[in-house]
Design a protein around this ligand. Structure first.
Ligand code: NAD
Ligand code: IPM
Ligand code: MN
Length: 357
């Protein structure tokens, strides 16, 4: 039976990298005899907002909930629509309403790419950021008071529920169990944020009791960011709250040379709702329209989607193709962020060809 995939390209380079994402998926589907059926939606973009006054139609949940997965590009065009409106009106709704409480973001130094960190080779940087994706600092609890007066005050609460914290920790511990090093690092800030973060630490200690084989450490987020740069080889599975995970999952890929290659999976592990696969990067207005965006973040996200749908071998074949093309180092093929002069399409086609070989 065909797997139904909803495609939402979004804005800016989202619309440029998406065709390369589907190209690689089609190549893998053909090689591994998988039936994928793509349905494209125009909503979830700033152009849709400008036409309709909202980012999504009222029945978006009904329209999307029956899909096996959502494949997203990137959303946001701050000159047209304020970011908090475009993002809260689309991506963040998907994550919350589809209960995609895990945001899994691999950070891996790939062959052929130079890390900006001196002396780092592939193998030195290879870890996962597991980001809590539905609560924490990204809460809608709060408001504005005394607006327009000198007493004006804005409040936005951090929300941590026991269910919400425990389920992301459990996922991270279980992921660590599958890794050779069996190591988990918790991102905290319990020295300064004195209620929610000590609670996070307590739940980590509690959860660790069920996973005695996992080595656990924790760092406050300030020194943790420093250690990503100084000692990226220390990390294996790094788990953090919504905001900390967001920050770490741009910093980690930057240490691997470019955020253009970083993929992510927004997962509802129970399968009650579709999961969503998208690159970590945004719509990059500064390079949009030039055809030079690196499509690997989108393509690798497609690989994660195939694995999620039960096709690990096909997902692995895409990642191997990415590694092959990067190792070949053909500057006519590679995009500028990884030292080439090629285009989104030249890199996307080379990867799709490598998947087919
Ligand atoms: P960004 O990720 O769009 O861009 C940051 C920098 O990285 C830019 O210089 C850009 O050119 C570069 N870059 C990003 N992706 C690249 C790629 N594939 N290849 C080569 N270079 C790449 O972040 P930003 O500038 O903070 O945000 C721009 C817009 O995207 C905003 O509206 C923001 O809210 C939105 N955004 C959306 C998502 C998402 O949809 N998941 C994620 C992040 C940001
Ligand atoms: C990401 C993005 C989003 C986030 C923004 C665009 C709302 O930065 O997916 O990492 O903060 O989650
Ligand atoms: Mn981010």
């Amino acid at each position: 039976m065909a797997h139904r995939i909803a495609i939402i390209a979004g804005d800016g380079i989202g619309t440029e990298v998406m065709p390369e994402g589907t190209r690689a998926l089609e190549a893998a589907a053909k090689r591994f005899d998988i039936e994928l059926e793509f349905t494209t939606f125009e909503f979830g973009s700033c152009d849709y907002y400008l036409e309709h006054g909202k980012m999504l139609p009222d029945d978006w949940f009904e329209q999307l909930k029956g899909f096996d997965a959502l494949f997203y590009g990137a959303v946001g065009w701050p000159d047209k629509v304020p970011d908090h409106i475009s993002l809260w009106g689309s991506l963040l709704q998907f994550r919350r309403r589809f209960d995609q409480y895990i945001n899994l973001r691999p950070c891996k130094l790939m062959p052929g790419i130079k890390s900006p960190l001196a002396g780092r080779e592939p193998g030195d940087i290879d870890f996962y950021v597991v980001r809590e994706n539905t609560e924490g600092e990204y809460s809608s609890v709060g408001g504005k008071m005394y607006e327009g007066t000198e007493r004006e005050i804005v409040i936005q609460e951090t929300v941590m529920s026991r269910t919400g914290v425990d389920r992301v920790l459990k996922y991270a511990f279980e992921l660590a169990q599958t890794r050779p090093r069996k190591k988990l690092t918790s991102a905290t800030k319990s020295n300064g944020i004195s209620i929610t973060m000590p609670y996070w630490d307590e739940r980590v200690i509690e959860m660790a009791k069920s996973y005695p084989e996992i080595a656990v450490d924790k760092f406050h987020i300030d020194i943790l960011t420093a250690n990503f740069v100084l000692h990226p080889d220390w990390f294996d599975v790094v788990v953090g709250s919504n905001l900390f995970g967001d920050i770490l999952s741009d910093l980690g890929p930057a240490c691997t040379g470019t955020i253009g290659i970083a993929p992510s999976a927004n997962i509802n592990p129970e399968g009650n709702f579709p999961s969503l696969f998208e690159p970590v990067h945004g719509s990059a207005p500064d390079i949009a329209g030039k055809g030079i965006a690196n499509p690997i973040g989108q393509i690798w996200s497609g690989a994660m989607m195939l694995e999620h749908l039960g096709y690990k071998e096909a997902g692995d074949a895409i990642v191997t193709a990415i590694e092959e093309v990067l190792s070949e180092g053909n500057s006519q093929v590679l995009t500028r962020d990884v030292g080439g002069q090629g285009t989104t399409e030249s890199l996307g086609k080379a990867i799709a060809d490598a998947v087919s070989r």
